[in-house]
Write a protein that binds this ligand. Structure first.
Ligand code: XUL
Ligand code: CO
Length: 435
């Protein structure tokens, strides 16, 4: 039985197609820069948005039309949702998905029962993955929705809450391993503080690191070879989250000797909430060899919270794909649409329009990025801008083969430096040639 009977399988029809249920730019098998688009993008759908987001907001109740969902907390309902989700993945032609434990299976206020439910649902998901040739990009544990985590999980002031969270991580890792997940993510929704008046920050950070170390050790024990990720976000829900941006995450991972075990999963709307561009966050991660995966979405210039909109801005997708190509492509990571429809877009078919738009926007971004790199002018400009570091005093400084006295003697015998224009406007014009 089809749950999206008015939606056909989405196929590439090219830029002149007027069919809203088609890709105009994402052509999965087309080779760009030596690899198919499918392999470049490794698109994933977020179970929490596609299946569990009723589109409520702080001022109003859910609007999403979900005839398949009886709104109960039952395992049967969870199993039915999984069927609908895989029909969606099949029709939209997305190969991967991501989930939180509590998206796929109910929280039953009793760990044994919740674990049992998770086991049943993951049995079903495994069968659906095999039947539909779909894969799990990453799994995670929801350590932020239940009231027990209102003051944090890994950073809770209460050790029993930490332990509950850790036990949930164990079960979520088991589930991720069982489903062949290529990664496991930590997003610390409540791992921060509301006020420092009641907070022992040092202890909370030590404890958060312990949670990550427990996971790393457990992965070895069970043979989970996937990549661990931390997903930075500065605030919302908490006033301050410890994993506020790429730099803060890297510092934390280095401090606790975890950097060898973790990469970052960078989300666009989190970058902008942190007061950075996505490009900045990706660059910081990339330069530390820690760029792992991407939660693809965007915020709204006029709204200061995590609107999780679908990415449609070609300038944004081009700059993201520039960084992905610079990295040499994803290995375990991918482009996970951590994005939701607007509350007004409540019909099931809107799920398709939303993802089609994101996939087409990234296809154009990929083509633009590949073309900019092939053209070479941008890369050449940057290389030339730093050329003085390749010889003479620059090369010596770079090699740390020079003293302050020698530098001083060099300057005393040299003319005033002549610096070249940064040519920002020219470069912006150059980029626009390709977008
Ligand atoms: C919340 C968010 C999460 C993580 C997974 O803003 O991005 O959904 O991606 O926990
Ligand atoms: Co996210």
């Amino acid at each position: 039985m089809s749950h999206f009977s008015n939606v056909p399988k989405i196929r590439y029809e090219g830029p002149s197609s007027k069919n809203p249920f088609s890709f105009k730019h994402y052509n999965p098998d087309e080779v760009v820069d030596g690899k198919t688009m499918r392999d470049h993008m490794r698109f994933a759908a977020a179970y929490w948005h596609v299946m569990r987001n009723g589109l409520s907001d702080p001022f109003g109740s859910p609007t999403a039309v979900t005839p398949w969902d009886d709104q109960s907390n039952s395992i049967d309902n969870a199993l039915k949702r999984a069927d609908v989700f895989f029909e969606f993945l099949d029709k939209i032609d997305i190969d991967y998905y991501c989930f939180h434990d509590r998206d796929i299976a109910p929280e039953l206020n009793n760990l044994a029962k919740s674990n049992e439910a998770l086991e049943k649902v993951t049995d079903h998901l495994l069968a659906l993955q095999k039947a539909n040739n779909k894969k799990l990009l990453w799994g995670t544990a929801c350590l932020f929705s239940h009231p027990r985590y209102s003051q944090g999980a890994g950073t809770s002031p209460n050790a029993e809450v930490f332990a509950y969270g850790a036990a949930q991580v164990k079960a979520a890792m088991d589930a991720t391993l069982k489903l062949g997940g290529e990664g496991y993510t930590f997003w610390g929704g409540r791992e921060g503080y509301s006020t420092l008046l009641n907070t022992d920050m040092k202890r909370e950070l030590d404890n958060l690191a312990s949670l990550l170390w427990l996971a790393v050790d457990y992965a070895k024990k069970i043979g989970f070879k996937g990549q661990f990720y931390i997903e930075p976000k500065p605030r919302e829900p908490s006033t301050h989250q410890y994993d506020s941006d790429s730099a803060a995450c890297l510092n934390f991972l280095r401090q606790y000797d975890l950097l060898q075990h973790f990469k970052l999963n960078i989300e666009t709307n989190h970058a902008t909430l942190a007061g950075h561009t996505m490009e900045h966050e990706l660059t910081v991660a990339l330069d530390a060899n820690a760029l792992g995966s991407i939660d693809a979405n965007r915020g709204d210039e006029l709204i200061g919270w995590d609107t999780d909109q679908f990415p449609t801005d070609l300038y944004l997708t081009s700059s993201i794909m520039m960084k992905v190509l610079e990295m040499g492509g994803f290995t375990t990571g991918g482009l996970n649409f951590d994005a939701k429809r607007r509350r007004e877009s409540h019909e099931p078919e809107d799920l398709f329009h939303a993802h089609i738009g994101g996939m087409d926007a990234f296809a154009r971004g990929l083509k633009a990025a590949a073309a900019i790199r092939k053209d070479g002018r941008l890369g050449d400009f940057v290389a030339k801008r730093y050329a003085t570091w390749n010889e003479g005093i620059g090369a010596k400084i770079g090699k740390k083969a020079v003293t302050l006295e020698e530098i001083s003697a060099h300057v005393l015998s040299s003319p005033e430096p002549v610096i070249a224009s940064g040519r920002q406007e020219l470069l912006e014009n150059l980029v626009n040639e390709f977008i």
